[in-house]
Design a protein around this ligand. Structure first.
Ligand code: SF4
Length: 329
């Protein structure tokens, strides 16, 4: 419901921004700015070590998305320390931190190992919680029970790479799991009361714009708390780069203007209860094989999206409707 308080409109998420913004959500919980600090704890991934596959997802190059202070040669404590000083100039007001286990599949180890690594992060002064990025097939009942214990004491998000709702795409990008496996993992996690996040990529080969837009309706039915979206970026040295060179017509690399219009339509269909953490991804230009957008900082992107929402007088979930949704899955 949208409430008009004098001159101020409050959207269903309780503030006047036109989307359910992650920064506002965290500020509401902690009353202050919270900074995320990335960690590479030296995990690998079953889609790389031979358990599921060896080549990995066709677009994957974790180095391109890892901040420079993040390397597994450093202890978790050192990475948090360096991460805090790396962000200090920009986020001077942050006094609390979330340790983000970002690189590869961060539940892909024994329970004893996970306990040791997560505990090291949680014992760092000012760290109030964890964000754990992983794959839907790297979780089981034992690990979920352990994560539930953590979530009862600390802020916790288990964030799954889902990437696409279409099995034809997941197969083509060599994800090594189906959409149904992702749905099961999300439901099993959320049922335990653990904040559950998901990550999606727009522009994967073979998908039409209509199919991508329909994903808003499909994922809106999942018990997700946070969502992140990226446009496909062709990273040098990946197998998707080769595929792109061979079949460029199979790809839709959005220009910025196109992406902006697409993303607004997507947001309008998206469940308003989902907290939106990212709209885009920005790998450093040196890693990019195709530079489609000029360099844009995250804060500029957020401003441009909010400006466009305002111009169109629209908002997240404007066309969200349970009546439509119940026919989708
Ligand atoms: S699951 Fe993640 S880490 Fe593993 S290959 Fe795919 S993108 Fe890379």
């Amino acid at each position: 419901m949208i409430v008009n308080l004098k001159d101020k409109i409050l959207y269903p998420w309780g503030h006047d921004r036109r989307f359910n913004a992650y920064s506002n959500y965290l500020r509401n919980i902690y009353g202050a700015r919270i900074q995320k600090v990335s960690i590479d704890a030296g995990f690998t991934c079953p889609n790389r070590d031979g358990t599921k596959g060896t080549g990995g997802c066709t677009y994957c190059n974790n180095v391109a998305f890892n901040p420079s202070y993040c390397t597994p040669e450093k202890s978790i404590k050192e990475q948090i320390e360096e991460g805090i000083s790396f962000h200090k100039w920009r986020y001077r007001k942050a006094v609390s931190y979330l340790a983000y286990f970002q690189a590869y599949s961060n539940t892909y180890a024994t329970l004893a190992k996970l306990r040791e690594l997560y505990q090291e992060a949680l014992s760092y002064p000012g760290v109030v919680g964890l964000i754990i990025g992983t794959r839907p097939d790297c979780i089981d009942k034992e690990k979920l029970d352990f994560l539930k214990e953590i979530s009862e004491k600390y802020y916790l998000v288990v964030e799954y790479g889902i990437e696409s709702c279409y099995n034809k795409t997941l197969k083509r990008i060599n994800r090594g799991h189906t959409f149904e496996a992702a749905v099961n993992a999300v439901k099993a996690t959320a049922t335990l009361g653990i904040n559950t996040g998901a990550h999606f990529i727009f522009g994967l080969p073979g998908e039409t714009t209509e199919e991508m837009l329909s994903e808003a309706e499909i994922i809106s039915l999942l018990p997700l708390k946070t969502v992140k979206f990226h446009q496909l970026q062709i990273i040098k040295g990946t197998s998707i780069e080769e595929e792109f060179r061979k079949n460029p017509k199979d790809f839709h690399l959005f220009s910025w203007d196109e992406y902006l219009e697409f993303f607004i339509k997507f947001l309008e269909r998206l469940n308003p209860a989902f907290i939106v953490e990212r709209f885009t991804g920005e790998a450093p230009p040196d890693f990019l094989s195709e530079i489609v957008w000029g360099r844009k900082r995250t804060d500029q992107i957020v401003n441009l999206i909010e400006k466009r929402l305002e111009e169109l007088d629209t908002w997240q979930g404007r066309f969200y409707s349970l009546n439509v949704l119940k026919n989708v899955l």
